[in-house]
Design a protein around this ligand. Structure first.
Ligand code: ZN
Length: 250
């Protein structure tokens, strides 16, 4: 399994454990976050969103989600069984910025085709997951940012797990730029059929380091296992596997 290393917290002196690849680690005793490479205290805003559900309560919003929507089997809530539920505080960077993409492309829907130039300019609180190997649908997760408070380990449940960041601020801003560029490319396709030139620039306002309570849930339905992700702050299901209702495949 993965090796665990240790440094001393520069604030309270307690040992802070971290794993290879982690860049920021938070002290379990005083809640200070340190940059592992330098041992220095982290100077950016570090926030947490509070989880509002215990291991029993979280079943209710999940069952409600199972009851909603015509794409789900009608007996899903009744016949399924939640077999695993783990609360993990995932690290994110919220990159607040103005993004501008300038482009040139060819509009081919008329004859003769024409060259068009334009720009897409938008403001974002762009979410970047601060872990490399974890799959997470960041674009489907509407972070309830208004509920964030300064990070506080006393608010973290004993049964929950807190993951450290593997991406620093500069890395997060660059990832946001790439993802926004991709998103703008998608928007530009409304306007031109072929993009010849495109450049995206980011005007960074703020980057906030944030831990968010995410429930990793496994449920069983008619002998098969499915997964879903729940937001512990709101009870919303961020994304979930839906068993096929049994129609249409015959
Ligand atoms: Zn400490």
């Amino acid at each position: 399994m993965s090796v665990v290393d240790e440094i001393r917290c520069s604030h309270c002196g307690a040992p802070i454990a971290f794993k290879p690849g982690e860049i920021l680690a938070t002290c379990k005793y005083c809640g200070y976050t340190v940059v592992i490479e330098t041992g220095q205290t982290f100077t950016f805003e570090h926030s947490i969103l509070l989880n509002k559900y215990d291991q029993t309560q979280i079943e209710e919003p999940i069952k409600n989600w199972m009851r909603e929507g015509f794409l789900k089997p009608s007996d899903l809530a009744r016949k399924s069984k939640i077999i695993e539920k783990n609360l993990v505080y995932l690290p994110f960077w919220v990159v607040s910025c103005e993004a501008k993409s300038v482009y040139k492309g060819i509009f081919e829907r008329i004859t003769p085709a024409v060259v068009k130039e334009g720009k897409v300019e938008k403001e974002y609180d762009w979410l970047v997951l601060a872990r490399k190997a974890t799959e997470f649908p960041t674009r489907e997760y509407d972070v309830p940012l208004e509920g964030k408070i300064p990070f506080d380990f006393r608010k973290v449940e004993a049964f929950a797990k807190v993951l450290n960041s593997e991406i620093d601020k500069d890395g997060a801003v660059e990832l946001a730029r790439q993802q926004i560029d991709e998103h703008h490319r998608f928007l530009i396709k409304e306007d031109v059929d072929r993009v010849i030139e495109m450049k995206t620039e980011i005007d960074l306002k703020q980057a906030v380091y944030l831990h968010s309570p995410i429930w990793f849930v496994k449920y069983e339905y008619k002998g098969k296992n499915y997964q879903l992700l729940g937001d512990g702050a709101t009870g919303m299901v961020i994304k979930g596997d839906i068993p096929s209702s049994g129609f249409g495949m015959l």
